[in-house]
Design a protein around this ligand. Structure first.
Ligand code: SF4
Length: 241
């Protein structure tokens, strides 16, 4: 069901976790090798506290109850390592959803991380709200890529659908992770941030004492993505700034 925008993403995270976690099992819908990062074995999950206008998995994250099958962490590790062995790939990730929705999904993720070297792709919301969880990633064989959804409250709200008051949570996650010595960096959607949005984010990170490079990714312009962006008031013909 489409939530009214803007919504409370902390509440949505809890509601989503209740749908996509069943005891220690989490919902996944696909396991595959992908070309990202030079080759990475990927478990595609469902369930996210945000509903980004450009999300390539928008439909599944809008209605996670309708998609995926519950898998134990041991099943996920087995599926991932089997593909890794066949494809000779040594890097892993969870994609298509937010891996950390609360304590239950975090504990499940910790077990999945035993597959090998992991890149945790996250929106940073819960890791920002729960520094105790972020700090538990210290010493593990992980790097953390935090997808930042805006350079200020209003842009965050228009991109993520979440209320602007939560804008700083992913930045706090980045601060906590880097402070704990964990390899973590921000990524932005270049089509929406443009030069000015990226500059403003970089200034904010510097103000917060976070020294890191900003990764830039670009839109997959699926028709539903263009339509969702228009509904949130984004122009999509060219860079906004
Ligand atoms: S944070 Fe990622 S998975 Fe979640 S809605 Fe946004 S793009 Fe999709």
């Amino acid at each position: 069901m489409t939530p009214a925008v803007p919504f409370d993403p902390i509440q949505r995270a809890a509601e989503t976790e209740a749908v996509v976690m069943q005891d220690k099992l989490r919902k996944y819908y696909r396991f595959r090798a992908s070309r990202h990062y030079g080759g990475i074995v990927t478990a595609d999950a469902v369930g996210c506290p945000f509903l980004c206008a450009y999300c390539w998995n928008y439909g599944r994250n809008e209605s996670p109850a309708r998609f995926g099958k519950f898998c134990s962490a041991a099943d996920v590790v087995e599926r991932l390592t089997s593909i890794a062995h066949k494809k000779k790939i040594r890097l892993f990730r969870v994609s298509g959803a937010e891996p950390v929705l609360g304590t239950a999904s975090f504990d499940h993720l910790l077990q999945v991380l035993t597959a090998g070297r992991f890149i945790i792709e996250t929106n940073g919301l819960i890791l920002g709200a729960r520094p105790d969880l972020a700090e538990r990633l210290g010493g593990l064989n992980v790097a953390v890529r935090i997808s930042i959804k805006g350079w200020d409250g209003p842009s965050f709200e228009r991109i993520s659908g979440a209320h602007r008051e939560f804008f700083r949570y992913p930045l706090i996650a980045l601060k906590t992770l880097t402070g704990a010595g964990i390899d973590a960096w921000p990524a932005v959607m270049g089509d929406l941030f443009g030069t000015e949005g990226t500059r403003r984010l970089a200034a904010l990170l510097e103000e917060m004492g976070i020294c890191t490079h900003i990764e830039t990714e670009y839109l997959e312009r699926y028709p539903f993505v263009v339509s969702n962006l228009r509904q949130r008031g984004w122009e999509t013909s060219d860079k906004i700034h």
